[in-house]
Design a protein around this ligand. Structure first.
Ligand code: HEM
Length: 519
């Protein structure tokens, strides 16, 4: 019937728009099936939904937070064809993700996951047996009681990082990246990278960069709306998505296989110390391919999940220290009192340094690495506080709204570690878990992240200070915080001066750094 019709982009656009309009009409009827109201939300137009109501589409956590005063703490919104429930309060998040975890622990699926090698990412696996297996593999080595076994390796990596700051203070993002990669490669693969251009780091970074470049929020919407873009051959003019997909598949394969096979080879010659991969393979001796594949996948994802989030948090910490020299000075006075100036802090000092922990918590609160967490989805229809929550709807916990809740954290945009301290200087019970997600899907690496961040912050503040950079007239260059966008955000690089705090700090860092480099 359509013979002779010009099937150019306009044709496909018209067909897709027609299908979308049909789908959105069907969804409306389907959503009304319970005769209960959906949660309140902004006005919704055909096809685009409430897209134009977003005051800040690239930082939607701010828009969702702004809607709070009009629609409340639970909001229903459709953005294009995506039906979303946004949760803006901690109380509701607890009710649904923890109290009703059998309904709210699934993850939304997308046709882009498989072609972009993210279909094995633990954080977005559907709630089912494959996810359970991943979680078991990760839980054992990352549970709270296991973390002290990594303390020595963490401090070693932290001391190497200090040495790098001494040698090249300007490349702080590179030193943070190297520090995090060293720890995670050691915990997961018992692998110690020797230099920044280490082969294993390159393999893992290539995969992460390919995914970040290939799976942008805008790109995902376009591919989900026009799936035929993924069927184009790579040589086809404009087949950008297809080419990005090929790069993701190749680098994803390498990131799963290369470090994993390296551990297996070393296991066969007895040259592996305990680590996530070796321990799991030993435990499952004689198990099937499914389990071995799951170890490969979960190990690779542990690296991926740890990298961007921990990097972002360290970056935010540095930003906070530049903007708030008084906080830095106070923390350093505490360290000097408890640790002295002739050694570096270790984990035994932690209980005596509550202000450092308050800085860590405030850093996680001030700019959470993932302001919208990782979206969940419902497995069945639900009714919450009289509102109908449909099966399959995306459920977003707006971490930003919770960590910037005026009632709990007055003047939330200010960086004030004191909010986590009692009058007597001891820590409050608020350990700032909000940035680590919810219920059964809560971040499995949070205890490792906590210790990693503490070791970096304590080591840095003991030996270095960060200040605003100076211009050619010796005037301070103002720091204006700017952030990347996406699921995980981090500050953009800012000019600063990182200098040893005192002469003996330089010597201490030099000596411990040399020992760490040689170990
Ligand atoms: C500051 C550092 C970190 C932050 C802010 C962070 C944050 C998060 C968030 C928000 C989620 C989603 C939770 C949900 O779906 O409700 C998550 C999941 C996850 N994180 Fe982290 N994370 C951090 C560090 C780490 C580290 C160090 C590892 C591993 C070594 C890790 C491994 C994972 C994994 C495997 C998941 C998926 C859990 C699941 O779906 O069952 N994360 N993380």
């Amino acid at each position: 019937m359509l013979d002779g019709v010009d099937r150019g982009p306009a044709f496909y656009f018209a067909i897709s728009a027609f299908v979308l309009a049909g789908v959105s009409w069907c969804q409306k009827c389907w959503n009304n099936r319970s005769h209960l109201p959906l949660p309140p939300g902004p006005p919704c137009l055909p096809i685009v939904g409430s897209l134009f109501s977003l005051s800040d589409p690239v930082r939607s956590w701010l828009s969702f937070n702004a809607w709070r005063s009009t629609y409340g703490d639970i909001i229903y919104v459709r953005l294009l064809s995506k039906r979303i429930v946004v949760v803006n309060s901690e109380e509701i998040a607890k009710d649904i993700f923890e109290g009703r975890s059998s309904i709210y622990s699934d993850k939304p699926q997308s046709i882009v996951y498989e072609p972009f090698a993210t279909d094995f990412n633990t954080a977005i696996l559907p709630y089912g047996d494959r996810w359970r297996l991943h979680r078991r593999i990760l839980h054992q080595p990352l549970r709270q009681v296991a973390i002290p076994t990594y303390h020595a390796a963490m401090l070693l990596s932290a001391h190497k990082m200090l040495f790098s700051f001494l040698q090249d203070p300007t490349n702080y993002p590179g030193h943070f990246e190297m520090f995090i990669s060293s720890i995670i490669l050691s915990v997961v693969y018992d692998y110690e990278p020797k230099a920044k251009d280490d082969r294993m780091i390159r393999v893992m970074q290539r995969y992460l960069e390919a995914v970040v470049a290939g799976v942008t929020p805008e790109g995902t919407v376009i591919m989900e709306t026009f799936p035929f873009l993924l069927w184009l051959p790579t040589w086809f003019p404009g087949a950008t998505f297809k080419r990005a997909s090929v790069e993701c598949l190749k680098s994803g394969h390498d990131a799963k296989e290369i470090p994993f096979q390296d551990v297996k080879n070393r296991m066969s010659t007895g040259q592996v110390s305990p680590c996530l991969v070796a321990d799991n393979l030993n435990r499952m001796n004689g198990f099937d391919d499914i389990s071995e594949n799951a170890v490969k996948e979960a190990a690779c994802i542990a690296f991926a999940a740890a990298s961007e989030t921990t990097f972002s948090t360290l970056f935010v910490f540095l930003l906070a220290m530049v903007l708030h020299p008084e906080v830095q000075v106070k923390a350093q006075a505490d360290i000097d009192r408890v640790v002295g100036k002739d050694r570096l802090p270790d984990f035994d000092d932690r209980p005596a340094l509550p202000y450092l922990d308050a800085i860590l918590r405030e850093t996680l609160r001030w700019y959470p690495a993932a302001p919208l967490g990782v979206p969940h989805a419902t497995t069945t229809d639900d009714v919450y506080k009289g509102y109908f929550i449909p099966k399959g709807v995306v459920v977003i916990a707006n971490t930003w709204a919770m960590t910037h809740d005026e009632k709990k954290y007055p003047n939330p945009d200010e960086f004030k570690p004191e909010r986590f301290l009692h009058e007597d200087g001891s820590l409050t019970n608020d350990t700032m878990p909000l940035g680590f997600g919810w219920g059964r899907r809560m971040c499995v690496g949070r205890h490792l992240a906590d210790a990693t961040l503490w070791s970096a912050i304590a080591s840095f503040l003991a030996t270095f200070s960060v200040h605003r950079a100076l211009d050619e007239h010796g005037e301070e260059i103002p720091v204006v915080p700017k952030f990347s966008t996406g699921l995980a955000i981090h500050p953009e690089t800012f000019p600063c001066r990182i200098i040893p705090r005192f002469q003996s700090a330089e010597t201490l860092v030099g000596l411990t750094g040399l020992v760490a480099e040689k170990s």
